[in-house]
Design a binder for this molecule. Structure first.
Ligand code: 5AD
Ligand code: SF4
Length: 583
């Protein structure tokens, strides 16, 4: 740790959930600049800024300063109030071009837009061209070993890009954002000296400061986890103007502590965004003409907004029958049913979905609401993870196979025609052949419409890492995974076959990737539907014939299916409200 100047920075804007720190390290690349190089005027100015920065840093804040600011009132950092070692000007992007690359789950896609929103406000520009980027930021995932390996490989390619960078241009800065930054912290900076900044999932507001520090050739990191950061006031920027749907983050973090999962360690404690700010975002999206919103979070249906008046304070969470939690029951606040009800009332023509829920939080009120409200999609993701009660216990999922199957029956009775999807892990610690066959039989019994299947990947810090043995050989994990995929596909094909001959409401997304003469959209169950791009009648105006555009609702008669897609021919253009008479 010799060239490393490590300053403990007490968090100024919220309670700490983990050690807070800021790392500053001299970048060797800068001191290696050949003296013959003739820098551009812009670069000379940059060098001046850098020298100035270094001298200010030397006389900058001490450890005591940060300790003092720990007791300062809680507030978010903003441009008018930079730390003493950075000027307001240095926080500005000065038209630097940022290239953002996203890996992992949908939550990361949303986080990318939050990070971009923060940087855009600071004067950065966005580029989709890697070659013209001044800053490259990778929004990373840690859920499985393979996800991290992809990033290490990508960093090798970016290293070459950074080394080849023309001296006449400003130095290229590279940042690791998200779960991998949180999990590995300074290990990344030590292993890859070309990485300039690290920002954990709760530190995106700090990006302008981290980049300002990096401008001076120092490495900078903020991997603070917060108990209250929800980015409620940072409206993600809708990047594709032709998009028909958007994701709205409603909560962050996870308190479940399933024994295999790294998420509670990388994304921290569960916290919900205030209902009012979610509704404001949904209203804006509706005004922009978007037709579908997916409410996003690690555990959406345990949503609990306690920021306003306390509702039903004495009432604790209604769990699904036969389910338990690894934490104390949550009481009070505005819950998921209330939020879903409110969101679905914003625009009756806007479809509402949510992901990812936990099976434990499906009280009857939620199911009833989904059944009754036309614009809430009849589609539920119900991650089972395993079909063996013994393995479910080792995973600390809080339910048995029997309770899960009972819930499936209850959901199917409450919401006829509901589309179901699930996540499964093959080869968890101690999983026997008999356990595996139980998962196969669950896939057969439930017959999911969609599935996400993974081989188990041991993650440090998790309960399984500390207490269980990763004893299923890799080749057995992969063989079991293959078997699960095959069974899932067979069953999904059967499930989808049942829809042949039915009329389905499809939200048009655009042309099919495979054929310019076909259109592509999604049905209520979120399955892809392909149909020929032809003229059709508009249900509300039989005098005109129209061609469907992205964002239109059309009725499609299904003629054939596979495990992943439905095909059919279009009947007419309609509205979500009018469609209920036909579907
Ligand atoms: N190994 C394999 N799959 C995992 N998942 C979560 N942690 C692991 C792990 N360590 C899967 C679960 C979860 C999905 C998002 O990723 O199935 O629901
Ligand atoms: Fe991980 Fe379980 Fe939380 Fe999902 S619910 S993110 S699997 S800990």
């Amino acid at each position: 740790m010799h060239p490393l100047q490590c300053v403990l920075q007490a968090q100024k804007w919220g309670p700490l959930a983990s050690m807070s720190w800021l790392l500053l390290r001299t970048c060797r690349a800068l001191s290696n600049l050949p003296s013959t190089a003739c820098p551009s005027p812009e670069k000379q100015q940059e060098d001046g800024v850098r020298k100035d920065f270094s001298s200010r840093l030397a006389t900058g804040p001490t450890f005591q300063h940060f300790l003092r600011s720990a007791s300062a009132p809680q507030e978010k950092p903003d441009m008018e109030d930079p730390p003493p070692y950075v000027t307001v000007e240095e926080l500005l992007g000065r038209q630097r071009k940022v290239y953002l690359e996203t890996y992992g789950c949908q939550m990361n896609v949303n986080d990318t837009e939050i990070a971009w929103s923060v940087l855009q406000k600071s004067g950065y520009l966005r580029t989709r061209n890697l070659q013209e980027a001044d800053v490259i930021l990778l929004v990373t995932c840690s859920i499985r070993e393979k996800a991290e390996q992809t990033i290490w490989n990508r960093l090798q390619q970016l290293k070459a890009l950074k080394t080849k960078r023309l001296r006449s241009r400003v130095p290229l800065r590279i940042g690791i954002l998200g779960c991998m930054a949180e999990r590995l912290k300074e290990e990344i900076l030590n292993r890859e000296k070309m990485v300039d900044i690290l920002a954990g999932p709760d530190a995106y507001r700090d990006l302008p400061r981290l980049l300002a520090v990096a401008e001076s050739g120092q490495q900078a990191a903020n991997v603070l986890l917060s108990l209250d950061e929800t980015y409620a006031d940072v409206m993600p920027v809708q990047t594709s103007p032709s998009a028909t749907s958007a994701f709205v983050s409603i909560m962050r973090g996870c308190d479940n502590m399933c024994s295999y999962c790294i998420v509670p360690f990388t994304r921290g404690r569960e916290r919900s965004r205030p209902v009012a700010s979610i509704l404001e975002e949904v209203r804006k999206l509706s005004e922009q003409g978007l037709k579908e919103v997916t409410l996003l979070g690690q555990n959406v249906n345990s949503f609990q907004d306690s920021s306003e008046v306390q509702f039903n304070n004495a009432v604790s969470t209604n769990l699904s029958r036969g389910f338990s939690t690894n934490y104390k029951p949550k009481k009070g606040g505005l819950r998921f049913t209330y939020l879903l009800d409110q969101v679905s009332r914003v625009d009756p023509e806007m479809r509402i979905r949510f992901t990812s829920p936990h099976p434990k939080d499906f009280p009857d009120e939620v199911l009833q609401l989904i059944h009754e409200r036309d614009n809430i999609c009849k589609q539920i993701h119900l991650p089972a993870q395993s079909g063996s009660s013994r393995v479910l216990e080792a995973m600390r999922r809080g339910y048995s196979r029997e309770a899960y199957v009972e819930l499936i029956h209850h959901i199917r009775e409450s919401i006829p025609g509901v589309s179901l999807s699930s996540d499964f892990i093959a080869g968890f610690c101690g999983e026997t052949e008999e356990d595996h066959l139980q998962t196969v039989s669950l896939l057969r019994e439930v017959q999911y419409n969609m599935g996400f299947l993974f081989a188990y990947s041991m993650r440090q810090k998790t309960r399984a890492y500390h207490r269980l043995k990763d004893d299923v050989p890799e080749e057995v994990k992969l063989r079991r995974l293959e078997e699960l995929i095959t069974v899932f596909r067979e069953e999904a094909t059967k499930a989808n076959m049942a829809s042949v001959g039915s009329t389905q409401l499809v939200l048009v997304e655009g042309h099919s990737k495979r054929s310019a003469t076909d259109l592509c959209g999604r049905n209520d169950g979120n399955l892809k539907v392909i149909f020929p791009d032809v003229e059709m009648e508009d249900i509300n105006n039989s005098d005109v014939r129209v061609r469907a555009q992205p964002g239109d609702y059309v009725l499609v008669k299904i003629t054939s299916t596979s495990s992943q897609t439905l095909k059919g021919h279009v009947l007419c253009r309609t509205t979500l409200k009018d469609s209920s008479a036909y579907c």
